[in-house]
Design a protein around this ligand. Sequence first.
Ligand SMILES: [Cu+2]
Ligand SMILES: [Zn+2]
Length: 163
Amino acid sequence: MIYMFNNSILNIKKRPYAFAKINGSNEYPYINGTAYFYKVQAGVLVCIQLKGLPVSDSICEKPIFAVHIHSGDSCTGNSTDPFADAMTHYNPNNCNHPYHAGDLPPIFGANGLGFSAFLTNRFTAEEIIGKTIIIHSAPDDFTTQPSGNSSIKIACGVISYVY
Ligand SMILES: [Cu+2]
Ligand SMILES: [Zn+2]
């Protein structure tokens, strides 16, 4: 076991290594946002902000959106899946869902806004360059194979270097 005693997780006074501009599909044109990926000692600190998410009037069922890094390199697709070319969950080690490298925490919708920041060491900032980050319309159940029953892809961004 390696213990980390420093405070580098919070030391993000540096530029992010990678980012993605996230845009909704034609069916969800109001969704837009960003994902930033910071290299920190323990791994990658991910910070995602979204606007224009679908809202709900339900007292209980406030929306939850699954988030993954997908292995494809393009936010293009077809009439049935607008981001089909984003392919499936990034999974370089042949793990099961929800242990794919690309499996990320879901985002809670709050009046159309969403925000998430978390630490992960499932991938390096380098290896996700050129891959895609996908927002889904439903929660990830973290059980169902191969993708957590998280329904359709509603927004997408290609991850690139921050120059
Ligand atoms: Cu996904
Ligand atoms: Zn997965």
